[in-house]
Design a binder for this molecule. Structure first.
Ligand SMILES: Nc1nc2c(ncn2[C@@H]2O[C@H](COP(=O)(O)OP(=O)(O)OP(=O)(O)O)[C@@H](O)[C@H]2O)c(=O)[nH]1
Ligand SMILES: [Mg+2]
Length: 277
């Protein structure tokens, strides 16, 4: 099967746009969700960036478990890919990126200063690209505006002398298959409606049970009696008052509440994917 048949039209348009944008940069900063580094990476990405200097950020690391974030960092190191954990909550993380960029700028230029080091943030929807661009905008020395002729239509943000960031992020939809659907759904990277949220909620409870972390549910929703995923779901519905008129629980509302609580961090730090051995 050719690659074109794998992706619907909008996907290939996005890929073509990204291919274009990548031509204009020296450095690609790829954002992965630290809770799902596997599912939040589109497998065509490594081929697309084609040996460009590349930094992986395990983003939203404040939502992930440190022990697994460390394991993922070791995994990328092992693959000779530069990677850092990142969270907007942690000021040091931004400084760490800026230091990395300064080093890269020195290394890439190595005396022959021709033009600024240019970079782009790339990642799936909702991974945090705009949030990160805004952080850099606040640090920025100037917005450089359009550069007709050189990089038509692109807006660059000069984040410090000799360093420019493309102000529109590269968006690459995740690859959705039976392995990635649920992880993407529970972090909110798949639009509602594409997945049955009851299935997603049960799957999530199942993961907490598997990891022996059901206590985080009990802490959040109180007075839960340990049980299987269905029983816990049922009790959450009752304790949170997600009921229908006949007194049965409203599964849609219960599932939505549970997923929202997970996404907002009310169910603690939780990593859904561990690196391959
Ligand atoms: N917990 C946590 N949430 C974050 C972090 N960074 C961003 N977010 C949240 O993630 C959500 C998505 O962030 P955006 O910056 O809009 O993501 P995006 O990649 O630009 O999304 P699209 O424009 O849809 O592609 C927002 O609710 C942010 O507040 C982080 O480091 N930690
Ligand atoms: Mg955005």
């Amino acid at each position: 099967m050719s690659k074109g048949q794998w992706y619907p039209g909008s996907m290939s348009r996005a890929v073509n746009q990204l291919r274009e944008d990548l031509k204009a940069v020296d450095l690609v900063i790829e954002l992965l969700d630290a809770r799902i580094p596997f599912s939040s990476r589109n497998p065509i990405f490594p081929e697309l960036i084609n040996n460009k200097t590349h930094l992986v950020l395990l983003h939203k690391s404040d939502r992930a478990e440190n022990v697994y974030t460390k394991a993922w960092l070791a995994y990328f190191k092992n693959m000779d890919t530069e990677a850092m954990a990142f969270s907007v909550q942690n000021k040091q993380d931004l400084n760490r990126i800026l230091n990395y960029l300064k080093k890269e700028e020195n290394r890439l230029r190595s005396g022959r200063f021709i033009r600024p080091l240019r970079m782009i943030f790339v990642g799936i929807p909702n991974v945090g690209k705009s949030t990160l661009i805004n952080l850099f905008v606040r640090k920025a020395v100037t917005r450089t505006g359009n550069r007709p002729g050189i990089t038509r239509g692109k807006q660059w943000i000069r984040i410090m002398p000799g360093m420019e960031l493309l102000d529109t992020p590269g968006i690459l939809k995740p690859k959705i298959n039976e392995k990635t659907t649920m992880p993407l759904a529970v972090v909110g990277a798949i639009p509602a409606g594409r997945v049955d949220i009851y299935d997603a909620a049960l799957w999530l409870i199942g993961r907490y049970l598997e990891k022996g972390k059901a206590d985080l549910f009990i802490k959040k929703y109180q007075d839960l009696i340990p049980g299987n995923a269905e029983q816990i779901f049922e009790q959450i519905g009752i304790s949170q008052g997600c009921l229908q008129s006949e007194g049965r629980i409203d599964t849609e509302r219960t599932a939505a509440l549970l997923l929202r609580d997970f996404q907002e961090g009310a169910l603690g730090r939780f990593t859904l994917e561990e690196p391959p051995q």
